[in-house]
Design a protein around this ligand. Sequence first.
Ligand code: AHG
Ligand code: MN
Ligand code: MN
Length: 337
Amino acid sequence: MSQKHQTLGEFIIEHQSSFKYTSGELSRLINSIRLAAKVVNYEVNKAGLVDILGTAGETNIQGEHQQKLDVYANEKFIQTLVNRNIVCGIASEEEDDFIAINSNDQNHQNKYIVLMDPLDGSSNIDVNVSVGTIFSIYRRVTPVGTPVQQDDFLQKGREQVAAGYIIYGTSTMLVYTTGDGVNGFTLNPAIGTFYLSHPQMQFPESGTIYSVNEGNYSHFPQGIKNYIKYCQKEEGDRPYTSRYIGSLVSDFHRNMIKGGIYLYPTSSKNPNGKLRLLYECNPMAFIAEQAHGNASDGHTRILDITPTELHQRVPFICGSKNMVHKVEEFMSAAASS
Ligand code: AHG
Ligand code: MN
Ligand code: MN
C-alpha cells in the first residue's frame, strides 16, 4: 500500500509480519493504546471547557499532588488494556505497585507487559500547554500462565519490544517504534483517525536547541554547568537557543524534528534526577535510539541501566547524537579534574 493517506490501523496490519514475534498480540496491544489515546485526547481537549481542572486531592507515591486528568488518563489506559484482555501486567507512574492481570487464570496466555506515564507534563494542563502520554512494552520474563512478578517490570530498557508517546498538542500525534525506526501519526479529530504523517522520523545528528530547567543551574553537577556555558558561548553555530516547555514529550518531540538536546540532570534538590527510568527515560531512550539519537545518564547508556525499583529516578540527557556525546565529554572531563 502506498504511504499516502495510510492510517495507523493499516500501518499496524502491514507491519505486523516484521515484528520479531508475530502472534498479532503486539498489534492488538498497539491498537488498544490507539483507542485509549483517542479517549484521553477528547478529554484533554475539552479540559478548558469543563470543571475538570485542579487537583484530585490524592498524592502519588512520589509525594506529588495528582491532577484530575492524570487520574483520568491513568484509568482510561488501564481500563482499555484490562477490558480487552491484552496484557498480563501494567505498571504506571500513578500506581504504587504493578497490576497483575488474570493472575489466577492458568489459561491466560498474554505475554506482554506495559509501563506508562499516563499524563506527562501535567503541570501544563492548567495553562493550555501540550501534555503527553508515554508507554513502554516488554515481553514478560516469567512463565506465561503464572502471575507476573516484579522481575517482569525491572528489565533493562534495551529489552523493550515497543515504545511510544502521544502528544496532545496543536495537533494530536502518536509516535512509536517497534524496533524498526520511528513513525509518527497525526489524528484527524473530525473522523477520529490517525494518519501516517511523519514516516521514519530521525533526529538531526547535531542541533542548536538545548532544553533544561536552568532555574536549577546552581545545583547542577560541574560537567552540566560547563556544558550549559558551552551552549551559551558565542562561537561557530553557538550560542544555542534555549527552549524548555516542562513536558518531556513536547520538548523531545520538538528536538527530534529540529535537532536539540533535553537534560534533566541530578541536582541537590533531585539527587537522582527527577525523571523515572521505567515510565519516562527508557521509552524515550528507545525512541531516540531508533530515530538515530542518543540517551544517557551522563556516563551510561540509559537502555543499559539495570533497574532496581519500579519508581526509580535517573538523570536523563537525550537528543541529537553529537550533542549527547558532548555532554558526556563534559561530564567525564569534570569528573577527572
Ligand atoms: P509528570 O508530569 O509526568 O510528573 O512529568 C513532568 C516531568 C517532565 O515531563 C518535565 O520535563 C519535567 O518533569 C519538568 O520538571 P521541572 O518542573 O522540575 O523542570
Ligand atoms: Mn512525566
Ligand atoms: Mn505523569
